[in-house]
Write a protein that binds this ligand. Structure first.
Ligand SMILES: NC(=O)c1ccc[n+]([C@@H]2O[C@H](COP(=O)([O-])OP(=O)(O)OC[C@H]3O[C@@H](n4cnc5c(N)ncnc54)[C@H](O)[C@@H]3O)[C@@H](O)[C@H]2O)c1
Length: 329
C-alpha cells in the first residue's frame, strides 16, 4: 500500500510511521509535515534511509502540494493538526487554519483522485462527562475548547464529504495518548522532564480532572485496522480503558522517581477545563477485534525510561515549550 501520512513528524504520526514500516514490508509512506514547533524530523531518523519512506516538508493547506502527492497514493492517514488545547485558548486562528482548512484541502484532493481517507480525531469533540457515562460513536458533538471545536469541524467535513461526494473515508476518535516522542509540554513528558530537572510538576486546579490514557502503539494499531478493515463511512472510538485523575498520573510519575506529593504544585485551572473523558470502545472491539494491549503501569514505566534515555532528544525541544502548560491537548 502507498500511504500519504500527514503530520508524521509529530508524536502520534511518527510512532505510526515507525511502527507501520516495521510491520509491513510492502507499505511505502510519504510523510507531509510543515514542521511546526511540534514537528521533529529526528523522530524518523531510524527510517530516513529507508527507500520505502519519503519526507516532504509542506503545508496541508497548500492545494498544489497536496494535489501532487494525492495522485500517487492509495490512502491517506491524516494526523496533521494543531493539537494543544492550551495553545488553542491563547491563539485559536492557527487551529482553524490547520485543522479545518487543512482538512478541507486534503478532502478535496482525496475526492478528486478517489483516494481512501482516514481522519484522526479526538474524544474532545464530544465535550465533557460528569462522574458517570462514556463517549461512544453515538454521542452528540459538543466541543468546548477552540481545539475541540476545530477538530469537530474537521470531523463534520469528513462526514459531509462521505455523504455528498461518496468519499471512501473513516474517522477515529481517540482518548489521551502516551508513549515516546511526545512533545515535552504535554502532561506525561512535561512531568518526567521536570522531575529530571529537579522542578515541580504543575497540576491544574486540584488535579481532579479525569482522562482516559491509551498507549500510542495501541492507538496506531487501531488506526491501521480501521484503515485496512474498517467499514467505509463509519466512525470508531478508541480508548485505553484507563481512567485516571491527573493527580494520580502525577503521583505515579513521582513514585517512579522515589518522590512524593511535594514534587507537584497546583496551578490555576485551565479556562473551561473539561472534567472527564471516558471511551466506550466496544464497536472496534466487536467489529475489528481490537483491544488495548498495554497495561498503563507498565507502559508508563517504559515511557519514563524512554525519556530518561533520550535526554538529548527532549532537551533540544525545551526552548519551544510554552510557559504555564500542564496538560496534553
Ligand atoms: N496526542 C493525543 O493524545 C491525541 C488524542 C486524540 C487525538 N489526537 C489527534 O491526533 C493527531 C496527532 O496528534 P499529535 O499529538 O501527534 O500532535 P502533534 O502536535 O505532536 O503533531 C502534529 C503534527 O502536525 C504537523 N502539522 C501541523 N500543522 C500542519 C500543516 N498545516 N501542514 C502539515 N503539517 C502540519 C506538525 O508539524 C506536527 O508534526 C491530531 O490530529 C490530534 O488532534 C491526539
Amino acid at each position: 500500500m502507498r500511504l500519504l501520512v500527514t503530520g508524521g513528524c509529530g508524536f502520534i504520526g511518527s510512532n505510526f510511521i515507525l511502527r507501520m514500516l516495521s510491520l509491513h514490508d510492502d507499505w511505502t509512506i510519504v510523510n507531509l509535515d510543515i514542521l511546526t514547533y511540534a514537528g521533529n524530523e529526528e523522530n524518523l531518523a531510524a527510517v530516513s534511509g529507508d527507500p520505502r519512506y519519503t519526507f516532504i516538508r509542506g503545508d496541508i493547506c497548500d492545494a498544489a502540494v497536496v494535489d501532487a502527492l494525492m495522485t500517487d497514493c492509495d490512502a491517506v492517514v491524516h494526523f496533521a493538526a494543531e493539537s494543544h488545547v492550551d495553545r488553542s485558548i491563547l491563539a485559536p486562528a492557527a487551529f482553524v487554519r490547520a485543522n479545518v482548512l487543512g482538512t478541507q484541502v486534503l478532502l478535496d484532493a482525496a475526492v478528486r483522485y478517489n483516494v481512501r481517507f482516514h481522519h484522526i480525531s479526538t474524544d474532545e469533540v464530544f465535550g465533557a462527562l460528569g462522574k458517570e457515562g462514556t463517549f461512544s460513536e453515538q454521542t452528540p458533538y459538543a466541543p468546548r475548547s477552540p481545539y475541540a471545536a476545530s477538530k469537530a469541524a474537521a470531523d463534520h467535513l469528513v462526514r459531509a464529504y462521505i455523504h455528498t461526494y461518496g468519499l471512501k473515508a473513516t474517522i477515529s476518535n481517540c482518548s489521551n495518548n502516551y508513549g515516546p516522542y511526545q512533545f515535552p509540554e504535554k502532561l506525561i513528558p512535561l512531568a518526567v522532564t521536570n522531575l529530571i530537572d529537579g522542578k515541580k510538576i504543575p497540576v491544574y486546579g486540584k488535579g481532579e480532572n479525569i482522562r482516559d490514557w491509551v498507549h500510542v502503539d495501541d492507538h496506531n494499531d487501531a488506526v491501521a485496522l480501521v484503515l485496512t478493515r474498517g467499514r467505509i463511512g463509519e466512525t470508531y472510538c478508541i480508548g485505553g480503558d484507563t481512567e485516571l485523575r491527573n493527580i494520580d498520573v502525577a503521583r505515579a510519575i513521582c513514585t517512579a522517581f522515589d518522590k512524593g506529593d511535594e514534587s507537584f504544585t497546583f496551578v490555576t485551572d485551565r479556562k473551561g477545563h473539561d472534567f472527564r473523558y471516558a471511551i466506550d470502545f466496544s464497536k472496534i472491539q466487536k467489529e475489528l477485534g481490537w483491544t488495548p494491549a498495554h497495561d498503563f503501569a507498565a507502559g508508563l514505566a517504559e515511557t519514563i525510561s524512554w525519556y530518561r534515555s533520550h535526554e538529548k532528544w527532549w532537551r533540544k525541544l525545551q526552548g519551544r515549550v510554552i510557559a504555564d502548560v500542564t496538560e496534553k491537548e
